[in-house]
Design a binder for this molecule. Structure first.
Ligand code: FES
Length: 267
């Protein structure tokens, strides 16, 4: 049986950035819309989650089980077929709990619009002041993503919960999704690797840095859509509409079942 490192095609001593890059490459290669299979895709996701959870090779692992990265990646398809025979229903449904990231996770009690770094503070801060708005509220109010005064209208609307509209401070080098999660928000996601549009946001103001290897077509990135699981805020302020996965052009890139939908009872 392949180790999680072999499934991703990396050496066991690969660092975090190598593992993240390998994961993004493998989830795109194995995505069902890219010629892969649900079982193979699920195997890659599972491998990444196991490494994130601290997987270590057994002490008695010998060289024979250390396939070269290239061979291991090629062999993943065969292993995935086996996984598909035993776990086919779960793989096809994609309804597994998404993997955890390194570092602390916010709890339900921790939901808030700001961290210890108060976005209203006059103290100089390094990072990004993020204003966010839920796409469902945009649709319900009859607004458009491209409205110039979208966030002014949202501020005036007086939403009575901080899940729909608010602000938080993102630390440098956090992806936008990580920053939201660390502040206790359950924004949508599925693969965490650039292979779907579940985590997409619309950038109304500001910018994020995004690696090139992801599934969003240029036409959508040029219109302001970004993948929050990969993208790191790089401007002092940022205004984003999250939960835009139901924008028609993005729906065909979605993967099924994610935590946000389960929490909010959406399909
Ligand atoms: S690209 Fe799939 S969750 Fe971000």
């Amino acid at each position: 049986m392949q180790s999680p490192f072999e499934v991703l095609g990396v050496e066991p001593d690969a660092d975090e950035s190598e593992i993240d890059r390998a994961y993004r490459r493998r989830v795109i290669e194995t995505h069902p819309d890219q010629g892969g299979s649900a079982a193979e895709f699920q195997l890659v996701k599972s491998a990444y989650e196991r490494i994130q959870d601290g997987y270590e090779l057994p002490a008695d692992t010998d060289g024979a089980s250390h396939n070269s990265s290239a061979t291991a990646a090629a062999d993943a398809t065969a292993t995935a077929d086996t996984a598909g025979q035993t776990n086919g229903a779960a793989a096809a449904g994609g309804a597994t709990e998404p993997g955890t990231r390194r570092g602390p996770r916010a709890t339900a009690e921790g939901w808030r619009t700001d961290t210890s770094a108060d976005p209203d503070s006059d103290e100089p801060q390094v990072g990004t002041r993020v204003s966010y708005l839920d796409y469902e509220a945009v649709v319900d109010a009859g607004w458009s993503l491209t409205d110039d005064d979208l966030f002014t209208a949202a501020a005036d609307a007086g939403f009575d919960d901080d899940h729909t509209y608010g602000r938080f401070f993102a630390e440098p080098n956090e992806t936008l999704l990580e920053a939201a999660e660390e502040r206790g928000f359950a924004w949508p996601f599925a693969c965490r690797g650039g292979a779907c549009a579940n985590c997409a946001v619309y950038v109304a103001e500001g910018e994020l840095a995004t690696p090139n290897d992801h599934i969003l077509p240029d036409e959508l990135t040029e219109r302001g859509f970004r993948l929050s699981c990969l993208s790191t805020p790089i401007t002092e302020t940022l205004k984003v509409v999250f939960n835009v996965k139901h924008v028609p052009e993005l729906e065909e890139l979605l993967l099924p079942a994610d935590r946000f939908d389960r929490l909010h009872g959406n399909s």
